[in-house]
Ligand binder design. Structure first.
Ligand code: FPP
Length: 269
C-alpha cells in the first residue's frame, strides 16, 4: 500500500497496524460534571477523527478496544448505555466508513451481545467486505487470553480429529486461529487516559508493538494527538534484533519491508 506522507509524519515510517485502548471517557465526563455516558458519546467523535486520520495517513489496520471482557462488571445501566451507543455509532460510523472505502471487522466473543447488535455487525461487515482503504477492527467483548484460549481450543480440535500432529504445532500454526488471523500485528499500541497497562488487549499480537501512552483522555484525543503518536512512532528505532551498526548500513528497519518479514522472528526486539 502506498504511504502518503505529510508535514507531521513525513520523516518517519507509518505503522501498518495501530491498536488503541480508548481510556478516560468517564474521567473526562466527571471533570465536566457530566454523566459518564456523555464521556462515551464524546468518545465516538474521537473514533471518527482517528478513523479519518488513519485513512489520510495510509494506515492499513486500526483496532479499537471498545468493550473488554471485564467491562461487563460495570453497572448494568452503563453496560446498557454502551450497547445502545455501540449500535447507534455502528449505524452512523459504518455509513461514513463505507463512503471512505473502509472495511469493518468486529472481533471478540459476540455470543453475549444482544441479537440485534450481532445482526447489525454481521450486516456492516458484509456491506464493507470489499473495501480496502482501511480495516477498522473493533474489539468488543474481547480479551487477549480469551483469544489465545479459543486458538488453543481450535488447534486441540484439529489434533483430536487426527488432522494435526501435536509435534508439528509451531508459532505460525496459532496465528491463523487468532481473532485477528491474517492481519499484520500492531506496530503501534496506544493507550489514552494516563494508565500504562495492556489490560488483556491483543496480548500475542502486540509482542513487538511500540507502546505509546498519553495522559489525554480519549474524548480529547483527536486527529492532531493521533498524528503526534504516529510521528513519535516514526522516530522510534526498531532494531528487530539487529545491531545499530547493521542498521546504519542497511537503512531504517521501521521503514516498509526492511525488517524481517515474520512478526514471530525470535530476534525481533
Ligand atoms: C473507556 O473509558 C472506554 C470504554 C469502556 C468505552 C469506549 C467506547 C466508545 C469510545 C464509544 C463507542 C465505540 C465505537 C468503536 C463506536 P472509561 O469509561 O473506562 O473511562 P474512565 O477510566 O475514565 O472511567
Amino acid at each position: 500500500m502506498a504511504r502518503p506522507t505529510n508535514g507531521r509524519a513525513a520523516a518517519g515510517a507509518i505503522p501498518r497496524h495501530v491498536a488503541i485502548i480508548m481510556d478516560g471517557n468517564g474521567r473526562w465526563a466527571r471533570a465536566r460534571h457530566l454523566p459518564r455516558g456523555a464521556g462515551h458519546r464524546a468518545g465516538v467523535k474521537s473514533v471518527r477523527a482517528v478513523v479519518e486520520e488513519s485513512i489520510r495517513q495510509g494506515i492499513e489496520v486500526l483496532t479499537l478496544f471498545a468493550f473488554s471482557s471485564e467491562n461487563w462488571r460495570r453497572p448494568q445501566s452503563e453496560v446498557d448505555f454502551l450497547m445502545q451507543l455501540f449500535l447507534t455509532a455502528l449505524r452512523s460510523e459504518v455509513r461514513k466508513l463505507k463512503e471512505q472505502g473502509g472495511r469493518l471487522r468486529v472481533i471478540g466473543d459476540l455470543a453475549a451481545f444482544p441479537e440485534r447488535l450481532r445482526q447489525e455487525i454481521a450486516q456492516a461487515e458484509a456491506t464493507t467486505a470489499a473495501n480496502d482503504k482501511l480495516i477498522l477492527q473493533i474489539a468488543a467483548n474481547y480479551g487477549g487470553r480469551w483469544d489465545l484460549t479459543e486458538a488453543a481450543r481450535r488447534l486441540a480440535r484439529e489434533v483430536a480429529a487426527g488432522r494435526l500432529d501435536p509435534n508439528a504445532i509451531e508459532e505460525a500454526s496459532l496465528v491463523p486461529q487468532l481473532a485477528t488471523g491474517g492481519l499484520p500485528d500492531p506496530d503501534l499500541f496506544i493507550r489514552t487516559g494516563g494508565e500504562q497497562r495492556l489490560s488483556n488487549f491483543l496480548l500475542w499480537q502486540s509482542a513487538y508493538a511500540e507502546l505509546y501512552f498519553t495522559d489525554l483522555k480519549w474524548p480529547d484525543f483527536g486527529a492532531a494527538a493521533f498524528a503526534d503518536a504516529i510521528a513519535d512512532f516514526g522516530r522510534r528505532h526498531r532494531r528487530f534484533g539487529q545491531t545499530s551498526e547493521q542498521l546504519a548500513g542497511g537503512g531504517d528497519t521501521a521503514s516498509e519491508g526492511s525488517g524481517p518479514e515474520s512478526p514471530h522472528d525470535p530476534d525481533r526486539i
